[in-house]
Design a protein around this ligand. Structure first.
Ligand code: BGC
Length: 718
């Protein structure tokens, strides 16, 4: 083999260097561009006015299947001078064909192993079925604001939990060893959006974000760092600006932190159109300025706005140095080599049925749903005995919806709703002897149809049990889906009032992609099951919980506010002055009780768990903690032990508590297990100061396990 970059026995950096030295500036520029196929009227969409460019670095949102994808790839590999394969990107967020729970629901399972496994399936399906090599996920942004539509895409409000899930997705997509990435069915992960986009003011999408160094270090950066440490090969920069500097042009974040501090050596892609949107942010409307700002900050590939096409002119005028261009191109090529694309540019062309939704995939989707659905209230009505329920009224706008369960970023799942099921089908399956009446009662938006509410009320009156299928449709969360309110949308609240008036036992089944203000549901329903958007098999898993075939084990990955005016409310807030003072003063007419409606980590089971004392002992430079947990009820159950740490006295104010570890265990009735935690002072007891430096102070600490049991210990220094 005399073409060195084609020789797989050579190290990747040697191949990259060899290829780079053969490339023209034009070819290099193309490696940093993306085109889309069939997506909107954006200027980079391949069509009559914009022919496919076989030199392009990446194509995204391609949905025409492996065969068509291979044909385009063949043009790149066999019909261009250097034969550089194209990288195929797609928003595979929570599954490709098999519909898994949305990320926020996955977080509630507190079971990252399940997430690793579902990400493995998603990678295999998108690779085999669509020829995808690069998934634009996980979205790892910590979020304090349920109004923000994209809260559904992340792993909740806790940086530690989000980091654990981020690492699980990276392992699932890319494999556990760097060499796995080149194996069939593995795809590169993309941590997004770097960074702080979730801090948009008032949850309004694409809004300003004012982020102190401490906020970045405490909340927003840690999940990204966890993903980089797990080996993620790409990141996507974000739309927001970070305290004045747009993220896409933010050298401190994209280079100083990401590359110099964390040692990241993959590539960064901008978010859709973010480079040209520097104009909207009032930064510059000159494409050359925009390109220079993005490239020199550390942004390598330009998603879809074509601005980087000015690169040859910038090189010719000397404004862009060859070395700066080469650095970005080398990073993109590196990932292509690591993916094995030069050796295996094509994917096998097999029918979807052979590669997707295999029985084991569907079984996994059910397992994930079982562990993602949280029981938030049970006055003793559940579990139900299906033999004793004779007449059921299934009421609510989501009674027959599939999409509500599939969720917002459904990739190819929605196109294939056959894999999903709805409440009505599952109520029929689980209560075969019962007489079932199904009434929507109202639409998901206010349609003014009060007669429908009355029909639903009449159906409820004739039943022994009312299942209220409420919440939000799949399209009501996601990008550009922020809400000013977090109540049940449409006339659902009026419908609830009518159902409550019947006096019948009421079970709320809430499907949604965000924490909703569900105070009235908790007040008036005998039981509340929070399904989130738990995927194709969500309705089935919910029925299993209703009848006790599955013991619920999910906990809330976000704090639930009582009302929108309480936002932001999150468990790891900083301690405040006048800690005795109430949040809302009693002389205000709209006074709310103190504290959130439901805390982070809340979730019920059909069994009970008891925690023994937390014990902490010094082990050399570290500490060892343990707690014994016993299942004191009559059913087997799963319990997530969350370890919370409080730094009692510190020079800089500290969160009232923060999670430093968790473990989900399964216990038979009467069984006890001891859960252990290693506390590494440098990692767990230190905190960022106002400059972002980590500080480790001697002092007093409190450690509790799931808020049940607590120990105090002293750290005297290393
Ligand atoms: C979103 C990204 C997404 C990209 C490609 C953007 O608008 O912010 O999360 O990956 O589109 O679809």
């Amino acid at each position: 083999m005399n073409v060195r970059y084609k020789d797989p026995s050579l190290p990747v950096d040697v191949r990259v260097k060899d290829l780079l030295r053969r490339m023209t500036v034009e070819e290099k520029m193309c490696q940093l561009l993306q085109q889309t196929i069939g997506k909107d009227a954006n200027p980079e969409n391949i069509g009559p006015d914009n022919p496919f460019n076989p030199l392009v670095g990446s194509v995204l949102s391609f949905t025409e299947g492996a065969k068509a994808r291979n044909a385009y790839q063949r043009a790149a590999v066999e019909k261009t001078r250097l034969g550089i394969p194209i990288l195929w990107g797609y928003d595979v967020i929570h599954g490709w064909r098999t519909g898994f729970p949305v990320s926020l629901a996955q977080a509630g399972s507190f079971n990252p192993d399940l997430t690793e496994r579902l990400s493995r399936v998603a990678a295999r399906e998108c690779w085999a079925d669509g020829g995808v090599n690069w998934s634009f996920s996980p979205m790892v942004e910590v979020c304090h604001d349920p109004r923000w539509g994209r809260v559904v895409e992340g792993y909740g409000e806790d940086p530690y939990t989000a980091g654990a899930f981020t690492a699980a997705v990276v392992r699932g997509y890319q494999g556990r060893k760097p060499s796995d990435l080149a194996k069939p069915g593995h795809v590169a992960a993309c941590l997004k959006h770097f960074v702080g986009y979730s801090a948009s003011e008032a949850g309004r999408d694409y809004s300003y974000t004012d982020l102190s160094e401490r906020a970045l270090r405490e909340w927003y950066l840690p999940p990204f760092e966890a993903g980089v440490r797990a080996g993620a090969r790409t990141l996507m920069s974000s739309f927001n600006d970070i305290t004045g500097t747009p993220a896409v042009a933010n050298r401190r974040i994209l280079t100083d932190v990401l590359r110099e501090e964390w040692g990241f050596d993959g590539f960064v892609v901008s978010d859709w159109g973010a480079v040209s949107q520097l104009k909207d942010q009032g930064y510059s409307d000159d494409p050359e300025e925009q390109t220079l700002a993005a490239l020199l900050a550390g942004n390598d590939m330009d998603m879809c706005d074509g601005v980087f096409q000015c690169i040859p002119a910038l090189v010719a005028s000397g404004r862009l140095k060859k070395a700066d261009l080469d650095r970005a191109v080398a990073r993109v090529l590196t990932v292509k080599f690591e993916l094995g694309l030069f050796e295996n540019p094509y994917v096998p062309e097999r029918p979807t049925a052979e590669t997707c939704q295999l029985p084991s995939d569907r079984a996994l989707a059910l397992d994930c749903a079982r562990e993602s659905i949280a029981l938030l209230k049970n006055d003793g009505l559940l579990p139900l005995d299906p033999k004793k329920v004779r007449r059921i009224a299934l009421v609510g706008p989501l009674a027959e919806s599939y999409h509500a369960h599939i969720g917002s970023w459904s990739a190819m799942v929605a196109a294939d709703a056959t894999g999903a099921s709805n409440y009505l089908e599952q109520v029929r399956a689980f209560f075969p002897k019962a007489k079932i009446a199904c009434e929507k009662g109202c639409g998901i938006v206010d349609d003014g149809d009060f007669d429908a509410i009355e029909r639903a009320g009449a159906a409820a009156e004739a039943a022994d049990l009312v299942l209220f299928a409420c919440g939000e449709e799949g399209w009501q969360t996601g990008e550009y889906k922020s809400r000013v309110d977090i109540d049940l949308p449409g006339l659902q609240d009026a419908l609830l009032t009518r159902l409550v008036a019947t006096g019948k036992p009421l079970v709320a089944l809430v499907t949604t992609g965000r924490p909703l203000a569900i105070g009235r549901l908790l007040d008036h329903c005998a039981a509340v099951l929070y399904l989130w958007q738990s995927g194709a098999r969500a309705a089935e898993a919910a029925m299993e919980i209703l009848v006790g075939l599955t013991n619920p084990s999910a906990k809330l990955p976000m704090t639930f506010p009582r009302a929108v005016g309480q936002i932001p409310v999150y468990y790891n807030a900083h301690s405040r002055s006048r800690s005795w003072a109430k949040d809302y003063t009693a002389d205000l007419e709209d006074a709310l009780p103190d504290g959130p409606l439901l805390p982070f980590g809340f979730g019920l089971s059909y069994t009970t768990f008891e925690y023994g004392p937390v014990k902490v002992s010094r082990r050399g430079g570290a500490f060892a903690a343990s707690v014994a947990v016993t299942n004191t009820g009559k059913r087997a159950g799963k319990e997530t032990v969350l370890w919370y740490l409080t730094d009692v006295w510190a020079t800089y104010t500290q969160p009232v508590r923060r999670v430093v570890g968790f473990e989900k265990i399964e216990l038979a009735p009467g069984e006890t297990k001891t859960v252990r935690l290693r506390i590494d002072p440098l990692r767990d007891l230190s905190y960022p100061d106002t400059e972002g430096r980590r500080v480790l102070e001697a002092g007093e600490f409190r450690l509790s396990a799931s808020l049940h049991s607590e120990a105090r210990f002293r750290f005297e220094g290393l």
